[in-house]
Design a protein around this ligand. Structure first.
Ligand code: CO8
Length: 256
């Protein structure tokens, strides 16, 4: 089995699972390259509407691979161009649900924050411990974390390197939903199936507008929203959804 495994389910949901348990799913170059390739392929796969990203019960991912970076210089790190690999995940147009069991540390926490929804097991831990090994987050930890939880909680995590448990993360706004450990993947799959049954173009517009709008002035963001809202009236799924409501039947969405 490879270090990243993709399972296609019958309900338009794909599960991308990091499978490097001996290293607590540390994100080495091979894993990150495979993740990027799979995300690009899944973004283009018409049959896939939602992606669930998971690790194993011990670790979602314990960070970037320290052994692969320990002796590297700045130019070498630059030449690895890992931001292009992260971008493939960040720019995925389809909803991504992170199913976090166990550790989500450093690059693992940053990876979870690339998702649109985070489902965590009760004993999951989230942290940005980079400062303890002499560096800082390099894949969005200082930015996505601050946007998710605000300056003061983010600084606490970033400057001390101390992890927070799942309930604390949920209270801070870093986690969407906490469930018993054994239910992490089933709960994520359940959410994924619910979203996969929604009209895909509307779902993708919601994701695109919300993410782009969060970084734009309010007037611009509201204009983006309005344009996307209007655009959806040219989709067959809008007609299907509204006619089904009027005719009191269940809609069937085809992504057109
Ligand atoms: N990198 C490499 N190997 C790791 C990592 C890691 N991040 N985490 C665990 N491993 C390895 C261990 O070295 C060990 O290997 P071995 O058996 O060969 O000695 C194996 O996994 C199991 O680890 P432990 O024996 O330590 O298992 P424990 O359950 O006792 O502890 C911990 C698990 C708490 C996860 C512990 O291993 C740990 O603290 N790991 C480091 C966590 C960390 O500091 N993460 C941040 C890394 S830096 C980072 O993520 C920067 C992100 C920047 C993104 C942009 C990149 C270009």
């Amino acid at each position: 089995m490879g270090e990243v495994v993709v399972e296609h389910r019958g309900d338009a949901v794909a599960v991308v699972r990091i499978n490097r348990p001996e290293a607590r799913n540390a994100l080495n170059t091979a894993v990150r390259t495979a993740l990027a390739e799979h995300f690009l392929a899944l973004a283009a796969a018409e049959a896939v509407r939602v992606i669930v990203l998971a690790g194993d019960p011990e670790a979602f991912a314990a960070g970037a691979d320290i052994k692969e970076m320990a002796e590297a210089g700045a130019a070498e790190m630059m030449l690895r161009r890992t931001h292009l690999l992260w971008r493939a995940i960040a720019q995925c147009p389809k909803p991504v649900i992170a199913a976090v069991a166990g550790l989500a540390l450093g690059g693992g926490c940053e990876l979870a924050m690339h998702a649109d929804i985070i489902v965590a097991g009760e004993s999951a831990q989230f942290g940005q411990p980079e400062v303890r090994v002499g560096i800082m987050p390099g894949a969005g930890g200082t930015q996505r974390l601050a946007r998710a939880v605000g300056k003061y909680k983010a600084m606490l995590m970033l400057l001390t390197g101390r992890p927070v448990d799942a309930r604390t993360a949920e209270a801070m706004g870093l986690v969407s939903q906490v469930v018993p450990d054994a239910d992490v993947l089933p709960a994520a799959l359940d959410l994924a199936a619910t979203i996969a049954a929604m009209p895909p173009l509307a779902v993708q517009q919601i994701k695109e507008v919300m993410l782009a709008g969060m970084d734009a002035p309010l007037d611009t963001a509201l204009m983006l929203e309005r344009k996307a809202f209007q655009l959806l009236f040219d989709t067959r799924d809008q007609k299907e959804g509204m006619r089904a409501f009027v005719e009191r039947r269940r809609p069937s969405y085809e992504g057109r």
